[in-house]
Design a protein around this ligand. Structure first.
Ligand code: ADP
Length: 274
């Protein structure tokens, strides 16, 4: 069966209105878990990502920022470990954004974010991001409405500035169903290897599911830009989520097309070194 191209299929068209109900979190694009086709495709995309990263690093002209957002237990950590596993750590960094510290709160909301954006030649992955300031902050009513409402434009301006300065931005919303989230949160309580991931805050947030859906829909609708698109990734099936994310990251790097730099000119015979 012919498969659709993930990098356009899940992209939120700038200006369109996202309704998460219209996106199936269990979608698998006709692939079969564990099939040779899936294994080969994933391996091929991960290999290509590594090759692109080497060029990006050598070229040192552009940067890639991958933003990961999703409800609790949507698989942000798992995506990072599966899809980024082959990257050279020298050219890659992960930044996790938690509840802001008093020092962070004393600044504007983008202050801590800007410090972690990638330098030219680098890939940065954000595990949560500045979007928490229109998500958790909105849902938990941490600032007045007028404050979070102004942030969509502020985020778009900030991201436009980054893209105009050579940073490509890909924003991935890991879309899981309520049922899948409940299953995963329950597992955190039962499995000793997952206890460390359990947080009572997750249970509170889970009860706020509908409010989070509304907040996500507005963020995805208002902040998907041509140069910094949002993608809604079906994430109930971990193996398919990894496949889709790897394909999107690979295609983004292919579009950025970093090039090996030319060999530097040898100094002219008898010429002075500068
Ligand atoms: P994670 O769930 O990312 O693995 P934690 O369990 O420590 O890590 O959760 C981080 C928490 O920090 C989340 O509840 C998230 O909503 C919250 N958070 C992140 N950024 C902000 C912010 N700017 N304002 C308020 N809460 C935030």
């Amino acid at each position: 069966m012919a498969k659709t191209d993930n990098s356009t299929r899940y992209r939120v068209k700038p200006g369109s209105k996202v309704e998460l109900q219209q996106h199936d979190p269990g979608y698998d694009n006709g692939y079969t878990k564990g099939s040779p086709e899936v294994e080969e495709k994933l391996a091929r995309d991960l290999d290509r990502i590594c090759e692109w990263q080497e060029k990006l690093y050598a070229e040192s002209k552009q940067a890639l920022l991958i933003v990961l957002q999703g409800m609790d237990a949507s698989g942000k950590d798992g995506t990072i470990s599966h899809v980024m596993r082959g990257l050279n750590p020298q050219g890659c960094a992960v930044a996790s954004f938690k509840v802001p510290t008093p020092q962070e709160l004393a600044h504007d909301f983008l202050w801590r974010i800007h410090q972690k954006t990638p330098a030219r030649g680098q890939i940065a992955v954000f595990n949560r991001s500045h979007y928490e300031d229109v998500l958790a902050v909105r849902v938990r009513k941490l600032v007045p409405q007028a404050v979070w409402k102004a942030r969509y434009d502020q985020i778009n301006d900030f991201e436009s500035m980054l893209t105009q300065n050579g940073t490509r931005i890909v924003k991935l919303f890991l879309h899981i169903s309520r049922e899948e989230q409940k299953k995963r949160l329950q597992k955190r309580l039962e499995d000793p290897k997952k206890h460390w991931k359990y947080s009572p805050v997750d249970d509170q947030d889970s009860r706020l599911w509908n409010r989070y859906v509304t907040a996500y829909e507005e963020a995805l609708s208002r902040c998907s830009m041509e140069a910094a698109p949002w993608y809604v990734i079906p994430a109930d099936r971990k193996w398919y989520r990894n496949l889709a994310v790897a394909e999107i990251v690979e295609q983004t790097l292919a579009e950025m097309k970093p090039q090996w730099p030319q060999r530097p000119e040898a100094p002219a015979e008898g010429g002075e070194h500068v």
